[in-house]
Design a protein around this ligand. Structure first.
Ligand code: TMP
Ligand code: ASP
Length: 236
């Protein structure tokens, strides 16, 4: 499958059309963004690591019965995916308090959240992805009740699968962001799952192994991503 035209250039990935109107190619670039695009840097190997990481996770989720957009790994930096009609709302599941939740509620970082929380954020960099609720999604036509219920159900099902996968690798899945879209009317997992869009802490030391290393200038960003990849069995 060949790239035809550039459809969309995001902060870390570029989307291309193909000869098949139902399929797109995602190209993972080395660009690394934080604070809604305020800071962007190139990190060697990141495109390749995230592409292979994402393919590995999406394959595990598919095997567990989650509908995902992924079709085939094409190269180090490219994956073939279904063309989804994206829902412009991000779903965030949290198993422990961190990031914006700590800032918003003044709770202690690391506090276990039982049951895990589910939050919705509007995908809008200029507004810094404001938090929204079900009624906003309905009023503005972003997602229906049924679609929201499905997104929540899948987000929690994914939590069970991935918490276990990372736990077996000595890692805590602290939180993560998912994006869904519609493919022939079915809610389908889109975008990516990589250390760019989740928090992972080493169980024994609580060392951050995700994009917080970039956000907080801790260094060793890609080394941490590669270590996580190695531990869960991604072939780099
Ligand atoms: P937050 O603590 O900044 O709200 O983020 C929660 C998790 O979701 C964290 O793992 C980062 C991820 N996330 C993104 O990757 N992109 C986003 O735009 C948002 C809002 C969250
Ligand atoms: N993904 C967003 C950005 O690229 C938010 C973040 O990761 O800080 O800026």
């Amino acid at each position: 499958m060949k790239k035809l035209a550039e459809l969309y250039r995001g902060k870390a990935k570029t989307v291309y059309t193909t000869e098949n109107p139902d399929l797109l190619i995602l190209e993972f670039r080395n660009d690394t963004s934080a604070f809604d695009g305020l800071r962007i840097e190139q990190l060697d190997r990141k495109g390749m690591v995230n592409n292979k990481f994402n393919y590995f996770i999406m394959t595990k989720l598919h095997e567990a019965g989650i509908p995902t957009q992924v079709e085939a790994l094409l190269s180090d930096n490219e994956v073939l995916v279904k063309k989804l009609q994206m829902i412009p709302v991000e779903c965030v599941v949290r198993n422990r308090a961190a990031g914006s939740l700590v800032k918003r509620l003044g709770v202690e970082e690391g506090q276990v959240l039982n049951p895990p929380t589910f939050e919705l954020f509007l995908k809008n960099d200029a507004l810094h992805d404001p938090m929204v609720n079900d009624s906003h999604c309905k009023a503005f036509g972003w997602a229906s009740d049924d679609q929201l219920a499905k997104m929540k159900e899948l987000s929690f099902k994914i939590n069970t699968i991935l918490t276990d996968l990372f736990d077996k690798a000595g890692l805590i899945l602290v939180d993560y962001k998912l994006e869904f879209g519609l493919f022939k009317g079915e809610i389908t997992l889109g975008d990516e799952f990589s250390p760019d869009g989740c928090r992972l802490w080493e169980k024994s030391t609580l060392k951050k192994m995700d994009k917080d290393r970039f956000r907080q200038g801790l260094g060793g960003v890609i080394e941490a991503y590669e270590e996580v990849a190695k531990r869960i069995g991604v072939c780099l």
